[in-house]
Design a protein around this ligand. Structure first.
Ligand code: DX5
Ligand code: ZN
Length: 229
């Protein structure tokens, strides 16, 4: 059932890379709605993170949605591996290749929710033909590759445009990059419902001392929800 309430999706890019299982359990215990998994190939973005094997290893430690963000190119060749690894949502970049429509068909063909991501330089119109092919549109509010970057405020009107393009379709708008309790209200007001946050969630805590995760998640969620009243 589609639901547009605010969801917080911590990105494990900001987690302890030596402790992913415990970190996933900790953020879910502290209120995370989704777990955002940033896959980077060192080609589409200037950083390298983890592959299908890591996703498969953390899957048993995630009760909720495993939201896999593929910052890779080519992307089609890896879709089946991430689907088998247990991804619930698989998001590909519109910039990753010439056949995004086919990529989204393939993701849905694997029985997964399909997402399309847009880099800051890509206009909303780039996904105008995909509105019936996606379950999620991810708006990058940083240039992809790293956590801890500053929010690119010029992307806020793009969120409004996308919400208009989506209309009453059951499609999430996910915001990815630089989300804090300060920036969350801007994008919630513009029509976003899934907020990815790495550094703003993981700061000050650890899997052993996870209370700060809960405080950070609550701060982002309440700031976003306050903007909707
Ligand atoms: C960047 C990733 C983001 C990033 C978010 O390429 O897609 O998910 O990890 O990290 P913060 O919230 O620290 O900007
Ligand atoms: Zn991401």
């Amino acid at each position: 059932m589609f639901e547009r309430s605010i969801k917080i999706a911590p990105s494990i890019l900001a987690a302890d890379f030596a402790n992913f299982g415990a970190e996933c359990r900790a953020i879910e215990a502290q209120g995370a709605d989704w777990v955002h998994v940033d896959v980077m190939d060192g080609h589409f973005v200037p950083n390298l993170t983890f592959g299908p094997a890591t996703c498969a290893a953390i899957r048993p430690h995630i009760k909720g949605v495993m939201d896999v963000h593929l910052m890779i190119s080519p992307v089609d060749v890896y879709l089946e591996a991430y689907a088998k690894a247990g991804a619930d949502v698989i998001t590909a970049h519109v910039e990753a290749g010439p056949h995004i429509h086919r990529t989204l068909q393939a993701i849905r063909g694997l029985g997964k929710k399909a997402g399309v991501a847009l880099n800051p330089g890509t206009p909303a119109e780039a996904v105008a033909e995909l509105m019936d092919m996606v379950d999620l549109v991810c708006v990058m509010t940083v240039n992809p590759g790293f956590g801890g970057q500053s929010f690119i405020e010029s992307q806020v009107p793009k969120v409004q445009r996308l919400r208009q393009m989506i209309g009453d379709r059951p499609v999430h708008i996910e915001i990815d990059g630089g989300i804090t309790a300060t920036t969350a209200p801007l994008v919630a007001k513009a029509g976003a419902d899934v907020l990815v946050a790495g550094s703003a969630v993981f700061k000050g805590g650890s899997a052993e001392n996870s209370a700060p995760y809960g405080t950070n998640i609550k701060a982002i969620r309440s700031a976003a929800e306050a903007a909707l009243t």
